[in-house]
Design a protein around this ligand. Structure first.
Ligand code: ATP
Ligand code: MG
Ligand code: MG
Length: 406
């Protein structure tokens, strides 16, 4: 079912980190997108070998992975074959074949975080049920099976009403908003109907979106990264500001809720907790990702230990690193495809050209084979002495770009 780009590696046994030092460990990552690529970059400095499983021959991680198995992370036989070749199995995407992970765990394969965690997270409705059982504050939610159910939810929660597909969601692609009862059926149709498994959430009237990256080691030690503010454009993460400009009290509340949410899940690794801040200073949890996250890209340049290195340390069983910032402020800007094909590449190139002239800016290009509108193609992080300063630098980069194309 799978092809290999090179000869398969041989593993020297389990618990390599403890016995032989990190150099012998092979970390298998399900998924070889940009997160997988940044795993590989962090791993190479630590002499940890990262293998990725991804169906796309020229996926972002392919070139720099120790080994890329071309195959689907959603296919049982392929995942089993892949697992044989690694010492510890982890993910860069939650939409993987979790039944197989559970089976592998029973056979003694080391999955971090645990398959139980992936199972809860990959179904957003299950995730909400899980966190509400653990007293984590959430927007109210309810499963809907037909239009009557959706109307009842609308009566209960009011409008706008957020309708979400339970599974396979990313970049807002499983979300639809109904502004009134009249829009319910078209919103459901936009999500391809009830068969896919839908639920609704009460609208969260947030004033800011925040995120906290929480890391847990194999020994259950926990560290939290500084709270960041995330700014979304059409449901896609667009800008991240670190640290979030808020009172000490709100930062503590957000961090407490995030670490409580992560404590309710099993296994080692980095977890990203997406949060809403409401105008009456309440924090509500939106969702958790069981892996490094867009909101933590800035940590590569701005923190003592990046989220990618931290995840590797966690799953391999090394001591967790220092998550604190080594620069006063950072801002991350996602390079989203603005146009298909060559014109899109040209626009991105212009922006990258600007970024390269800005002190404190670092360009990350994911080398995706195809340029598509709204696709995450790369990102730029700017670090500096204050949030005001990096905001200004980003603004000048974006505005100059606009005046360029006029
Ligand atoms: P991701 O790429 O983060 O995995 P996703 O497809 O899983 O995204 P969500 O995180 O559920 O989607 O939602 C995307 C965005 O939609 C949120 O960041 C937020 O801006 C908005 N949103 C989600 N749920 C609600 C809600 N209940 N009320 C208001 N806005 C919401
Ligand atoms: Mg999501
Ligand atoms: Mg989200």
């Amino acid at each position: 079912a799978c092809r290999a780009s090179r000869d398969p590696p041989v593993i020297t046994g389990k618990d390599d980190a403890a016995v032989h030092g990190v150099a012998d460990v092979i970390v298998g990552v399900l998924g070889g997108g940009q997160l997988g690529r940044m795993f590989c970059q962090a791993a190479s400095r630590m002499a940890i070998k990262v293998m990725v499983l991804d169906p796309q021959k020229n996926c972002p991680a392919s070139e720099i992975a120790h080994y890329h198995m071309v195959g689907s992370f959603d296919d049982s036989a392929t995942v089993q074959e892949f697992a044989k070749r690694c010492g510890v199995l982890t993910v860069e995407i939650e939409h993987v074949d979790v039944e197989t992970l559970e089976k592998l765990e029973q056979q003694g394969v080391d999955c971090q975080p645990k398959a139980s965690t992936i199972r809860i997270i990959q179904d957003k409705y299950l995730q909400k049920v899980h966190f509400s059982k653990h007293d984590i504050p959430l927007p109210e939610f309810m499963q809907i099976d037909d239009l009557e159910g959706a109307k009842r939810a609308g009566d209960l929660f009011g409008y706008p009403l957020m309708i979400k597909s339970k599974r396979l969601a990313y970049d807002g692609r499983g979300n639809a908003v109904a502004k009134s009862e009249d829009e319910l059926s078209s919103a459901v149709a936009a999500l391809r109907g009830f068969d896919r498994g839908l639920y609704v959430e009460k609208w969260a009237p947030f004033v800011k979106e925040l995120a906290v990256i929480v890391a847990r080691g194999r020994d259950n030690s926990i560290v939290c990264y500084p709270v960041v503010e995330t700014i979304h454009k059409e449901n896609i993460c667009h800008i991240v500001k670190a640290p979030a400009n808020m009172s000490w009290k709100i930062r503590k509340l957000a961090t407490d809720i995030a670490s409580r949410a992560v404590r309710s899940l099993e296994g080692a690794g980095v977890f990203a907790v997406e949060l809403f801040l409401t105008k009456d200073d309440q924090i509500l949890l939106n969702e958790v990702a069981p892996r490094p996250h867009n909101s933590g890209h800035h940590t590569i340049e701005s923190c003592y230990t990046s989220q990618y290195e931290q995840h590797l340390r966690a799953v391999v069983g090394l001591p967790l690193g220092d998550p604190s910032m080594k620069t006063p402020a950072a801002i991350m800007y996602n390079l989203l495809g603005e146009d298909e094909g060559e014109p899109g590449f040209l626009l991105a190139q212009q922006l990258i050209g600007r970024a390269l002239c800005i002190p404190g800016a670092t360009v990350h290009w994911y080398d995706k084979p195809e340029m598509r509108k709204q696709r995450k193609m790369g990102h730029i992080t700017i670090v500096g002495p204050s949030l005001g300063n990096v905001e200004k630098l980003l603004e000048s980069m974006l505005n100059e770009e606009k005046s360029d194309s006029q």
